[in-house]
Design a protein around this ligand. Structure first.
Ligand code: ZN
Ligand code: ZN
Length: 372
């Protein structure tokens, strides 16, 4: 991925420029002021506790008052919607529990001035507006349609469906569904994080970088960076489909692991200035280590790919040489993005760049520049 001599990082227009074929041996310097830290305000804690009680009451109402299956007759056809409790709780918990919970934790650690909420709602820089637009898009069926079309259907194949097909075809099923739930969670999470690590390594390859670049184009961290994912992220088939296809865990276990991973992704894109100590070095990635990952692009020996850092240690992509990370590191990519109202144009340009990258002429030019 990297070729050439060590070239010093140059600062231009307040951003770090990463020359092609360069690598970083020293810690990237920092330019922004350290985010302020806040003390916990008791009225704020009380307000959030009241909010949590409201959410718990709504959850109780969903399970006890809403039927789990509803049959609807539309245009003469009977349509049956099942597993409503699971669907409502899963989608609802992200919107009303996970995102507000991470935003609240961030406010406790950084104070209002440092929080994503202020950057999303008050400052509203173009890059933050892109985050808001993508997050809003995720709340509509439009995003799923866009994913299905741009990924040519590849990323919407169900892992559980593939598992059943494979089991029927081969007579072999490695399902862990009969094991205790805690063991299933452990197996599923381990397999998922391993495949997610390689999924992310692929994202940084020359071929898939134009699609993953969209995520790295964020010029400041907000919790919502987490969902700034290009709708044609083909590589996600590795981590989103394969674990369920291979091990067929129970739907509850898959849902629990999903929620944990979604929460972690929101946390690592927060502005909390912490490396989580030994937990951040071995168990789950911390916000400042993920920020260190965002500082770099594919012309550098990028590190910190794994949600579970143990994989980075095992495969040599943990970067102790990168120095101490903190929230002042400047992030982004060299490719120009227009953000905000142009988010659709950015997505389309990156999609075309991906297909152009398949052309032999482009591959040859990239090889000459030493990009694999
Ligand atoms: Zn990345
Ligand atoms: Zn990220």
């Amino acid at each position: 991925m990297v070729n050439g001599d060590v070239v010093a990082i140059m600062a231009r227009s307040g951003r770090w420029i990463r020359p092609q074929g360069s690598r970083v041996d020293a810690a990237p310097p920092v330019t922004a002021a350290r985010p302020p830290r806040a003390t916990v305000s008791l009225p704020l804690l009380g307000l959030f506790a009241a909010y949590l009680a409201l959410v718990a009451a709504a959850g109780w109402a969903v399970v006890n008052l809403l039927p789990d299956r509803i049959a609807i007759t539309a245009l003469g056809h009977a349509v049956s919607l099942g597993e409503l409790h699971r669907r409502v709780l899963q989608h609802g918990s992200i919107l009303v529990l996970i995102v507000p919970g991470v935003l609240f934790a961030e406010m406790v650690f950084t104070g209002w001035r440092g929080t994503s909420l202020r950057h999303l709602l008050a400052v509203r820089s173009p890059t933050a507006r892109s985050d808001l637009a993508i997050f809003a898009l995720w709340q509509t069926p439009l995003m799923n349609g866009l994913i299905a079309v741009l990924s040519l259907g590849v990323t919407v194949i169900s892992g559980a469906w593939l598992h059943d097909r494979l089991a029927r075809l081969t007579g072999v099923s490695l399902s862990v569904a009969a094991l205790p739930a805690a063991v299933q969670v452990l197996v599923f999470l381990t397999v998922f994080s391993f495949l997610d690590y390689w999924n992310h390594r692929l994202d940084h390859s020359r071929l898939f970088w134009p699609l993953h670049r969209f995520h790295h184009a964020a010029e400041e961290f907000t919790v919502l960076n987490s969902v700034r994912i290009h709708p044609a992220a083909f590589t996600s088939i590795l981590s989103a489909t394969l674990p369920a296809m291979l091990f067929g865990a129970s739907p509850d276990v898959i849902a629990d692991v999903n929620l944990f991973v979604i929460t972690l992704r929101y946390v690592i894109h927060s502005r909390i200035d912490s490396d989580f100590g030994w937990v951040g070095r071995w168990i789950v990635q911390s916000p400042v280590h993920h920020r260190l990952h965002h500082v770099l692009d594919m012309s550098l020996p990028t590190g910190h790919f794994a949600l579970m850092p143990v994989w980075d240690h095992l495969f040599g992509t943990w970067r102790p040489d990168a120095g101490e990370a903190d929230q002042r590191l400047v992030i982004g990519v060299e490719t120009a993005y227009r953000h905000g109202a142009w988010v659709g144009a950015d997505i389309w340009r990156d999609y075309l760049d991906f297909w152009k990258g398949l052309r032999p002429a482009t591959r040859g030019a990239a090889a000459e520049q030493g990009i694999v």
